[in-house]
Structure formats: structure tokens, C-alpha cells
Ligand binder design. Structure first.
Ligand SMILES: Nc1nc2c(c(=O)[nH]1)N[C@H]1C(S)=C(S)[C@@H](COP(=O)(O)OP(=O)(O)OC[C@H]3O[C@@H](n4cnc5c(N)ncnc54)[C@H](O)[C@@H]3O)O[C@H]1N2
Ligand code: MOO
Length: 431
């Protein structure tokens, strides 16, 4: 059975080929996106500045701009002959020994080469006596440095500079940068279409009545929709498909015409009513089946390619709710970010921390284990994790109580209270 790490690498390599050959990023349709809707969209065009930032030399402090050639040593006096405010510059010429009152963000007059903050003058002592309608004198209480407290034109961004590149996953800081450059819209990659298909005769969609004791609610589809909500994808929900070869074939066949990616839940184990692997082999191929992890072992990675122009990548998640969550986090979501065109450094990072275990864990070697736990941090900043008993992959209440996975290596055996373990916080713990 393939290890989890080897499967992650295999999926990544397949998506590399998909992005280069099957559906090359440069040939994809672009979408104009309003700046405020662009969070988590993937930039499809480089962004180049059309003007300098700062656009002119600006003051970094409230204080005085002092003319070139002035004596700026401690105790020297400067004659203040006007004022430069943010949005309304002082336009006159200054001679050595002169200055203007200036505020943070205001233009530094061309004839000035230093800004001195008001705290380094006698401003506080004379403040109440200043009559702004006529020149007045301030005295430096500290020697100033030429060039200090001036944000130079273009020092942050020069006109013509590329500030964001194709593949950037736009975040609040990028939106700040784009807004500073006046971009009201950006070109992003058209979201991929991701089909969701739940299989199982026992399933009923939330909102409907359970009419027999054999029925349960379909929780995997709402779970996946929530987990994918932050991705730049369009979801198509194909609903619940009964455990029946013809209907499963028809549903997969329909989805592969409409979608770039298909995710199914359940029907991938070895039971008499688990048809998905058969259908995938009829309409495409299985690249990998079963992975040495717990939960989530009967995971399928394949592609649907019969009689269609480009392959539809297929992820078959095992039906147990926990297997669906673990498989989606470890394989599907990273692949979707990569398929969406997000550069390597732009894909959400799986954070992990070391924590001290507060209870014993029983484990047998053979599969990498993702046990649910609750991570806490003490006042000194170190982490502890409590790992719950009852780790079977249908334990939904414990999943909701947990905030992290305790990740135990494939070959690890039992782990004891006090041992240091690797913990992966759930994405929703730090988002
Ligand atoms: N003989 C074997 N049996 C099983 C094996 C095995 O290796 N040999 N593997 C077990 C493991 S591990 C898992 S995980 C499951 C995976 O089974 P399937 O993916 O085929 O899923 P089902 O059997 O249809 O369902 C499993 C479980 O999950 C419930 N389920 C299914 N879909 C949903 C949904 N959308 N929402 C909520 N719950 C769902 C379903 O009712 C079952 O209880 O196979 C083991 N068996
Ligand atoms: O691998 Mo299954 O997902 O343990 O329950």
C-alpha cells in the first residue's frame, strides 16, 4: 500500500502535468474580478505599477521640513514660513535657515532636505503662542540628520515595477497593495468546476425527513462544501446517488462532462454495493487505490478520460465522515489549490507543532494515524495535547470537539503520556 507522503507526491506530480499539458495555465480563461471579491482568487496577470509610490517626497512625521543648506545642529533656530498638509502642498521656495510646518504624509517642498519631528524642537513650549498667519521661529533640541524622516519618491514602488506575479493567491495585504495602486479590478483564473457526488442508499439530504431507521443524513456533502468554501472553485452538487451500478455510471458520466474535478464520497471499499472503483475504471483509470493512513485508507485517486477532451481528476473519499475530512485535507484541498494555479509558495501551508501528550495512545504499526485531539497552550507558551479515546472514523462528536490531529508515523507503536508528538491544528483553529 502506498504511503501517505508518496501519494501526496504522486498527486502533486500528476497536477503538475495537468497544469502544463492537460489544461495549461496560460491557455485558461481569465475572469475580471472586483478588488473586494478577489480574496483567495489566483492572480492570472502580473501587476505592474503605473506610478511611483510615494508619488512625491513625503514627510514621515509631524514636525518641520527644513530647507537645504540650513544649520540643523542642536540649538539652531529655523524660521517657519508656511505649512504643508497632506493633500495640500506648500508651493513656495525656501532659503537656507527656513522651514515649513509639515504633517505625516504631506509633500516635502523641493527646496527642503530634512524633516525634524516636532518632539525634537521647542514646539511644545511655543505651541500656544504660534500665530500661523506670520513667520515664527522654532529651535532644534537635537541635531538633525539630512534626509531623515522623508519617504522618498518611488522608494517603495517604482513606476514600471512588477509588484505581484501570476499565481499569487490574493490576501488582505495584496488587496492593500492593489488598492494603493488604484486597481479596482484584477484578472484571475476562472474558477475550476468541482463536482460533488455522495453515494449510498442509506443517505437522505438534510432538510428532508428520515422515513426509515435504515436512513442517515448525508453529512459529507455539507462538510466538503464548507471545507471548499474558501477555494477559488465553483461547486456542482450532484446530490445522492443510490448504490446501483447503472445510476452511479450515469452520474459519473454526467459529472465528467461538466466538471474539471470530481469528488465522490463512499462506495470505494470492497463491499458488494461499492461500485465506484468499477465505474471509474470503465470511464477512466485509477492511478492509486488505498493509502496507508487511518482514517481514510480506501482513498482513490484517478481520472476520467473516456471520450472527453481533457481528463477530469477524480478523488474518491471513503464514506466515513472522518475519512472524508482527513482525505480532503491531506489530498484534495492541496491538489485543488495547485490546479487553480496557485504558485508553490501560495498554497496554504499545513502547520504543525510539537506538543506534550497528556494521555497514553494505543497504536499498531502499519498506517499513518491522524488521531483527534485538543491542543492547548500554557502561559509559558508550550503546547499540550489531549488525545481522545474512541478514534474510529464515524466518531463525529469527537471530531467537532477536537481542534487538531495528533499525527503518528506509520511505523510508530503505542505512545505514552509525556511524550512529544506532532500535532496538526485544524485549518479552522487558526483562520
Ligand atoms: N471488508 C472491509 N470492509 C471495510 C474496509 C476494508 O478494508 N475491508 N475498510 C473500511 C474503511 S477503513 C472505511 S473508511 C470504509 C469505507 O467505505 P466506503 O467508502 O465504501 O463507504 P461506505 O461503506 O458506503 O460508508 C462507510 C460509512 O460511512 C457512512 N457514510 C457514507 N456516506 C456518507 C455521507 N455522505 N454522510 C454521512 N455518512 C456517510 C456510511 O453510512 C457508512 O457508515 O469501509 C470500511 N469497510
Ligand atoms: O480508513 Mo477508514 O477511514 O479507517 O475508517
Amino acid at each position: 500500500m502506498i504511503t501517505m507522503e508518496a501519494l501526496q507526491t504522486a498527486i502533486k506530480l500528476r497536477v503538475d502535468t495537468y497544469n502544463n499539458n492537460d489544461f495549461p495555465l496560460p491557455t485558461r480563461v481569465l475572469k475580471s474580478c472586483e478588488l473586494l471579491d478577489s480574496r483567495n482568487q489566483i492572480l492570472a496577470q502580473d501587476i505592474t505599477a503605473t506610478f511611483d509610490i510615494p508619488r512625491q517626497n513625503l514627510s514621515a512625521m509631524d514636525g518641520y521640513a527644513i530647507a537645504h543648506g540650513s544649520d540643523i545642529s542642536n540649538d539652531s533656530s529655523i524660521q517657519i514660513i508656511g505649512e504643508s498638509q497632506a493633500g495640500s502642498a506648500y508651493t513656495g521656495e525656501l532659503a537656507a535657515g527656513q522651514g515649513v510646518r509639515i504633517f505625516t504624509g504631506a509633500v516635502v517642498p523641493d527646496s527642503c532636505d530634512t524633516v525634524i519631528m516636532q518632539e525634537n524642537t521647542n514646539f511644545a513650549a511655543i505651541r500656544d503662542t504660534i500665530d500661523k498667519s506670520k513667520p515664527y521661529t522654532v529651535t532644534l533640541s537635537q541635531t538633525a540628520q539630512i534626509d531623515s524622516n522623508i519617504r522618498k519618491q518611488g522608494e517603495e514602488i517604482e513606476s514600471g515595477e512588477t509588484v505581484l506575479k501570476v499565481g499569487k493567491r490574493l490576501n488582505a495585504a495584496d488587496i492593500s497593495l492593489l488598492a494603493n495602486l488604484g486597481a479596482s479590478q484584477v484578472k484571475v483564473f476562472q474558477p475550476l468546476t468541482v463536482g460533488l457526488l455522495a453515494t449510498g442508499d442509506e443517505l437522505v439530504a438534510v432538510g428532508n425527513e428520515l422515513t426509515s431507521l435504515a436512513q442517515i443524513y448525508n453529512s459529507n456533502t455539507p462538510t466538503l462544501k464548507t471545507m471548499l468554501a474558501d477555494l477559488p472553485v465553483t461547486i456542482r452538487d450532484y446530490g445522492i446517488i443510490p448504490d446501483n451500478l447503472e445510476q452511479t455510471t450515469a452520474a459519473v458520466h454526467k459529472a465528467m462532462q461538466d466538471c474539471d474535478v470530481l469528488i465522490s464520497t463512499a462506495g470505494v471499499s470492497v463491499g458488494d454495493y461499492d461500485f465506484l472503483t468499477t465505474v471509474i475504471e470503465q470511464l477512466g483509470q485509477i492511478n492509486h487505490y488505498k493509502v496507508a493512513m487511518k482514517p481514510g485508507k480506501p482513498f482513490v485517486f484517478g481520472e476520467l478520460n473516456k471520450d472527453i477532451a481533457k481528463p477530469v481528476l477524480y478523488f474518491g473519499l471513503p464514506g466515513n465522515p472522518l475519512s472524508t475530512v482527513v482525505g480532503a485535507l491531506q489530498f484534495v484541498i492541496p491538489a485543488l489549490w495547485q490546479m487553480s494555479g496557485a504558485g508553490l509558495a501560495e498554497r496554504p501551508m499545513q502547520l504543525s507543532v510539537k506538543a506534550t501528550l497528556t494521555n497514553d495512545i494505543r497504536k499498531s504499526a502499519g498506517r499513518k494515524d491522524f488521531q483527534r485531539g485538543r491542543l492547548t497552550q500554557n502561559d509559558a507558551g508550550s503546547y499540550q495535547v489531549e488525545c481522545f479515546s474512541g478514534q474510529q472514523s464515524h466518531r463525529i462528536k469527537r471530531l467537532s470537539r477536537a481542534n487538531c490531529f495528533v499525527v503518528l508515523d506509520k511505523d510508530s507503536g503505542n505512545v505514552a503520556s509525556g511524550d512529544s508528538v506532532i500535532v496538526q491544528p485544524f485549518p479552522w483553529l487558526h483562520a
